[in-house]
Design a protein around this ligand. Structure first.
Ligand code: IDP
Length: 140
């Protein structure tokens, strides 16, 4: 077993559409553990850090506007191969390509507003967790 932690965030559209219970339920039912959770209103500085790999892309400003538009629910999720498992659970970036049964496949339609974020690699997960949580906020 390779127990990992990953960073997961329900984006502003997911919170506004009252999908927190639905999404958290899917993560719990999969068998993953929530080891940290908090509501955050992301500011532009954190948004720029979270999405620095997209700086300069055509959708960057739209992405920062969107992610700072309302509260998000941040979580640290733990479990066997949690990074890969969460990416499978959320589905493809563009919900039109995301398979039915995935979170984006079932609950979203827009590539911009796609309800959920999950880190796509273990190194990214560590960096993203550190943006939102101090180590003493994560349950051992
Ligand atoms: P991911 O969220 O599946 O890891 P990334 O390619 O890292 O996908 O993109 C980060 C976020 O940027 C996406 O989840 C989405 O909200 C937004 N995004 C990506 N591509 C586009 C686009 O072509 N138009 C608008 N927004 C986009």
């Amino acid at each position: 077993m390779a127990i990992q932690r990953t960073f997961v965030m329900i984006k502003p559209d997911g919170v506004k559409r009252k999908l927190i219970g639905e999404i958290v339920g899917r993560i719990e039912r999969k068998g993953l553990r929530i080891v940290a959770m908090k509501m955050v209103k992301i500011d532009k500085t954190i948004a720029n850090k979270l999405y620095e790999e997209h700086l300069g892309k055509s959708f960057f400003n739209e992405l920062v506007e969107y992610i700072t538009s309302g509260p998000v629910l941040c979580m640290v999720i733990e479990g066997d191969e949690a990074v890969k498992v969460m990416r499978t659970l959320i589905g493809a970036t563009d919900p039109k390509d995301a398979l039915p049964g995935t979170i984006r496949g079932d609950l979203a339609l827009s590539k911009g507003e796609n309800v959920i974020h999950a880190s796509d690699a273990e190194e990214k997960a560590k960096r993203e967790m550190a943006l939102f949580f101090s180590t003493n906020e994560i349950i051992e």
